[in-house]
Design a protein around this ligand. Structure first.
Ligand code: ARG
Ligand code: ASP
Length: 716
């Protein structure tokens, strides 16, 4: 196979890459300009207007931002949505109890009345988007940086006020290419979104964290929700009188199955990529940031796993925390490996020397861009120690141990208490009991004390001493790990729900003061104060300079590539990724084919391993080979891989075929390609989709919820 200069693929050496896996998360309004020809060559049968149009119903009217970080799509004329099980997980968990364990058993509403409301969950439809760079940047020419941001924020405010049409819409202005362009996004927000159906976790999270980010994959990662509207089909707060929303557009479902090289389009809300970073940034991520965070989480996950394996109660308590901690931990490891394999630093350096040649060739360019690369060199060496401290603080003090998280809740209350009205104080008082219940429900002292001991030990050892407060250094120098647990942690009131509930009932300034004298609270405060004075201001200020330099650098890259297609980094706005169904070769001697089947689920079946305990009902269906119209040649397909460029936030996105029909639901990427957030490799970056036929099969045959299929439009 050809060796490609991968970073240059950003700059779309299209002839080279066409009919190849396709890098990029493209802006839907610009497809006609940059992409549609290539999409057609790859097999797409529709037009750019079928994907995005403000004049007619288009696919964009059937895709929503689900909650704050996932995508979902409409699959019926009655507001029915499909997304991932892991995206609906919170909602499913919130409705679960020992009596109604929907996580374990699944949940299926038999009619609209049984569908469950989810306060706090909303979905956003993109009403329109437009390039507003000229308006937002108006009046910034020739101004110094500080006044530029003032002008931009004034222009933005005015634009948002106008576009939101007195609250009818939610509007946002977002920078692209580090502020070289601005786009306006206008959303319609629906807040009555109800849970309709979810398979048991043994299907929806089959393979768990063991299989997460991996191929071959067999996770039935889907759940159904429904959007409700008022009688005029408009967004409305939850009300029993609300009715199913009638969308402008919903996806037809194709159960014909996918074949290698079939065109695929993923349409959704990718969260964040950083494809334009300079070599120094990539080097810091590969050699410092990712390894630091991996090391910290290694320690924590090891402790959690030991306790979870010993005690099923602890497994339930820590399931969500474990999943969250391990998700990024595993991704970073794949990312480092992938970047190394791509020689990412050298690849970037090579591009930087081309950039430099381009700049040096012209005096006018020189005046604008000659400082950019030396600036990066200087800034990244200045920020290195602060980045490390920032990572350690984030991973250990902010997110590392349970006890610091509950303390930080009270710390925030104490900081504001005296400024609050009596009514607001009462509100906080009323919320505390629920907060404590929620917290202690998912807390095991014996587990967290070990995490606390080990992580603080690491903090003391690894942090630059200049970033550690004196009292903490003294404490750590004269206290053993065991003493830290027995004499400090266990003495804390924050380990005891009853005591804490007592102290925090009838809360007042004096009681808060008492709480803050707890020794673990004192440690937390001291670390926080030191971070906020010795690290944060410097980190933020250098990062700001880096961002400003990135703006100039990307302006140069855009100028250098005028007329060619560039895509702006993902920023949780609606994007199109196109590619095709294909497997890949993850390593020498190994080929991954593009699909998995129920056969593979049975091969993994092991009642003794939590992640691989196949439900009996599925075993029975397998025995009988009862796949109905969803199977093919006696085989039940489960997942497939394709070469769409995706990232976190694309979970739940529709995978659409050449005719605009839904063939899959995106939920993950293959581990060997997780560096795609920083650098895409057409040979190894693959997204993982649930084959829609498996979702329908589970819904119909296993759950007996075939009535849901009646409202879908299914093409056989
Ligand atoms: N890796 C997928 C994504 O980044 C799925 C995560 C949820 N699943 C899990 N087993 N933790 O979000
Ligand atoms: N699993 C991710 C999500 O939840 C998708 C990805 O990172 O590929 O959005």
């Amino acid at each position: 196979m050809l060796k490609k200069n991968l970073f240059l693929s950003v700059f779309a050496l299209l002839s080279f890459l066409s009919l190849q896996a396709k890098e990029g998360m493209w802006i839907p309004t610009l497809l006609n300009k940059y992409n549609i020809e290539e999409m057609k060559q790859m097999g797409f049968k529709l037009t750019a207007d079928d994907i995005y149009s403000v004049n007619q119903a288009s696919m964009k009217d059937a895709v929503v931002l689900f909650g704050s970080g996932c995508t979902a799509e409409l699959i019926s004329g009655d507001g029915l949505l499909i997304t991932n099980h892991h995206c609906g997980f919170d909602a499913i968990q919130n409705h679960s109890s020992l009596q109604h364990d929907y996580l374990t058993n699944g949940f299926w509403a038999k009619n609209h009345q049984e569908e469950l409301a989810n306060p706090g969950l909303s979905v956003r439809f993109l009403n329109r988007m437009e390039d507003v760079s000229d308006q937002i940047l108006a009046g910034t020419e020739g101004k110094p940086n500080d006044s530029i941001s003032v002008v931009i924020s004034r222009n933005t405010k005015q634009m948002i006020a106008k576009a939101s049409e007195k609250g009818k819409f939610e509007a946002a202005v977002q920078p692209l290419f580090y502020g070289n362009q601005y786009f306006l996004y206008v959303y319609e927000v629906f807040t009555d979104v109800r849970l309709v159906g979810a398979p048991p976790t043994s299907i929806g999270k089959f393979g768990g964290d063991t299989d997460n980010w991996m191929w071959p994959r067999h996770t039935g990662d889907f759940s159904y929700f429904r959007i409700y509207a008022n009688k005029d089909n408009q967004p409305a707060k939850y009300s029993p009188d609300n009715v199913p929303y009638k969308p402008k557009k919903f996806f037809k479902i194709s159960i014909k199955g996918v074949q290698p090289n079939d065109f695929t389009l993923v349409f959704g809300y990718p969260g964040r990529t950083q494809e334009y970073l300079p070599s120094q940034a990539i080097q810091q991520i590969m050699e410092q940031g990712d390894p630091d965070k991996i090391k910290i989480r290694d320690l924590k996950l090891g402790l959690l796993a030991t306790d979870m394996n010993k005690d099923p109660g602890v497994r339930i308590q820590y399931a969500a925390k474990y999943a969250n901690t391990s998700n990024a931990w595993k991704k970073w490891q794949g990312e480092v490996k992938g970047l190394k394999r791509l020689n990412a630093i050298e690849t970037k350096q090579k591009f930087e020397s081309e950039f430099k040649n381009w700049v040096d060739a012209n005096p006018e360019r020189k005046s604008r861009y000659s400082e950019v690369l030396p600036n990066f060199e200087k800034l990244y060496s200045q920020i290195a120690s602060y980045t490390k401290a920032n990572d350690y603080y984030g991973e250990i003090v902010l997110r590392g141990t349970d006890i610091f998280s509950i303390i930080s809740f009270f710390d925030a209350i104490e900081a504001r208490w005296s400024t609050l009205s009596t009514a607001d104080q009462q509100k906080i008082q009323n919320a505390i009991q629920a907060k404590l219940d929620e917290y202690f429900n998912e807390y095991n002292r014996a587990t967290d004390e070990k995490v606390f001991g080990k992580l603080l030990g690491l903090y003391a050892k690894e942090m630059d001493p200049a970033f550690l407060p004196e009292d903490f250094k003294t404490l750590m120098s004269k206290t053993s790990q065991d003493e830290l647990i027995s004499k400090v942690y266990r003495k804390s009131v924050f380990t005891d729900q009853a005591k804490l509930a007592e102290i925090t009932s009838g809360l007042n300034a004096k009681k808060l003061k008492t709480l803050s004298q707890d020794q673990v609270f004192q440690i937390f405060r001291s670390l926080k104060k030191q971070f906020e004075s010795k690290v944060e201001p410097y980190f933020t200020s250098i990062q700001k300079q880096i961002d400003g330099n990135m703006k100039t650098y990307t302006a140069g890259i855009m100028e250098m590539n005028q007329g060619k297609s560039l895509w702006p980094d993902a920023n949780k706005t609606l994007r199109v990724s196109y590619g095709k169904v294909e497997g890949f070769e993850p390593m020498d001697g190994v080929t991954y084919i593009y699909y998995t089947t129920l056969e593979g689920i049975m091969q993994k079946d092991n009642p003794a391993i939590y992640d691989y305990n196949v439900p009996q009902a599925l075993r029975d269906l397998y025995q009988k080979k009862d796949y109905g119209r969803y199977g093919q040649n006696g085989q039940m397909n489960v997942c497939f891989t394709a070469s769409n460029h995706t990232t976190g936030g694309n979970s739940g996105s529709p995978v659409i075929d050449a005719n605009g029909n839904l063939v899959g639901v995106n939920f993950d990427r293959c581990w060997e390609g997780t560096m795609s957030d920083l650098m895409f490799d057409p040979e190894r970056c693959r997204n993982i989709a649930l084959d829609i036929r498996y979702a329908l099969f589970i819904t119909d045959k296993l759950a007996g919820a075939g009535y849901l299929l009646d409202e879908m439009k299914i093409e056989e």
